[in-house]
Design a binder for this molecule. Structure first.
Ligand code: 1OR
Ligand code: 1OR
Length: 383
């Protein structure tokens, strides 16, 4: 650590190593920090030694003939591997203005435009963009045709592009050095991947392999960082503490939480505003970021009766999504209320791991219902 004019300066190396360690820890959630740190740093030292030897041999993982390297000749690629200065010399600072390049435009036919618009419709990361940014993003994307068996992304590589799936089945695989990679996720004809390395300036966290022939839309690193980085960061930061405060969401893995943060949409209400109307069709659910929400139902004489109050960390509107029935109750704001809305598609895609807890909660509703109204209202869709 160097001192200049009495100020302690944090060396770049220290900051980078700690950042990468933190990200690895958050991604893997191993539990015990100290044990994980001990293993991590031992491995880092080992792979760094190999990496130096490898670099001295005059080859780098990004050399053009990389694809011709056999498995044994490949550098030890993983999040733990030493990283090459080219990319990681870049400081990690989302606030930094990355407006270093002009706009990139790849001309597209009408037919391509239409397909692209369809493919990006549900990309969560794009939700934070305004219209102009969206246009710029669409202009900058170019089509890439892939064949079954092709490795689109290799774990441990530096990040070049971000990809949106047009069609095709893709597998995400994660492996530790020397081990057979494990299949962790399947993308089927929709979705996107390759954002992590570009957002956090770290090596690719997984390998993406085309399981069938397919077609992708790619966006280069510069455009991604210039347009998407700040908005995505801001949004993930903004929803970090909300997601932390909802007990049910603790079941989500860090990567799943990030995707959830991308998907949430902020909504505000004030005293008396009706957020949900009993009997309506459901389009999504809500998390309470701030304020109080009153839940009420109509009794037999058509009068509204308050049945519940929710505060920070609470959620509502999930019942109709789980049961596929109309809204069981109405929801009103008391005072100023800040909510995060999750639409039904994202709900189905992202909250699978919380389903058990939600269902348990719904059993509670039924018990309460029984107590208050004497008979079980038909909350659940018996299908
Ligand atoms: P990338 O730039 O690191 C590989 O390149 C991509 O695989 C990555 O961005 C993600 O877009 C995608 N953990 C990390 N990355 C994942 C995961 C994942 N799944 C897909 N990718 N996990 C799987 C969660 C279902 C967590 C594994 C520990
Ligand atoms: P929804 O999609 O049906 C209204 O829209 C929401 O109110 C509902 O999802 C729940 O998230 C929320 N019974 C039914 N819905 C409730 C209840 C509830 N509390 C909150 N909601 N009960 C209160 C249990 C303490 C039982 C009523 C007697």
């Amino acid at each position: 650590m160097s001192r200049s004019q009495g100020r302690i300066q944090v060396p770049d190396d220290l900051r980078e190593v700690l950042l990468e360690f933190t990200i690895s820890y958050l991604l893997e959630q191993p539990g015990d920090v100290v044990n994980y740190a001990a293993d991590y740093f031992i491995r880092l030292r080992e792979t760094r030694t190999t990496q130096i030897v490898f670099d001295q041999a005059g080859t780098t993982a990004s050399s053009p003939d990389e694809s011709t390297l056999s498995r044994e000749e490949e550098p030890p690629v993983s999040r733990f591997s030493g990283r090459r200065k080219s990319v990681f010399a870049e400081a990690y600072d989302p606030e930094e203005d990355e407006d270093d390049g002009g706009k990139v435009v790849f001309p597209k036919s009408d037919e391509q435009r239409q397909r692209l618009a369809e493919a990006v419709r549900n990309i969560l990361l794009f939700r934070a963009l305004d219209k102009e940014q969206m246009q710029e993003v669409l202009d900058a994307m170019f089509e890439r045709i892939v064949q079954a068996g092709e490795l689109v992304i290799k774990q441990g590589d530096d990040g070049d592009n971000f990809y949106v799936i047009q069609n095709g089945i893709f597998h995400a695989l994660v492996g530790e050095p020397g081990q057979e990679p494990k299949h962790i996720h399947t993308y089927e004809n929709s979705g996107s991947f390759g954002e992590l390395a570009l957002l956090y300036n770290m090596p690719r966290a997984a390998t993406i392999k085309a399981h069938t022939d397919g077609s992708l839309w790619a966006m280069d690193r510069q455009t991604f960082r210039r347009i998407l980085l700040k908005s995505a960061f801001k949004k993930r930061k903004m929803y970090e503490s909300l997601i932390e405060s909802v007990p049910m969401l603790k079941t989500l893995q860090p990567y799943e939480r990030m995707n959830l943060a991308d998907a949430l949409v902020p909504k505000t209400y004030t005293t008396g505003d009706r957020i949900i109307k009993q009997g309506d069709a459901a389009d999504g659910m809500y998390f309470v970021e701030d304020g109080t929400v009153i839940i009420s139902v109509l009794d037999d004489s058509g009068k509204e009766v308050e049945i519940n109050r929710l505060g920070k960390g609470g959620y509502f509107g999930e019942l109709a999504l789980v049961t596929h029935r109309p809204r069981a109750a109405s929801a009103y704001a008391e005072g100023d209320v800040k909510l995060a809305f999750l639409d039904v598609e994202a709900f189905e895609r992202l909250l699978g791991p919380c389903m058990q807890l939600m269902k348990r909660n719904i059993n509670d509703y039924e018990e309460q219902m029984l107590k208050i109204f004497g008979s079980k209202h038909n909350i659940r869709d018996i299908r």
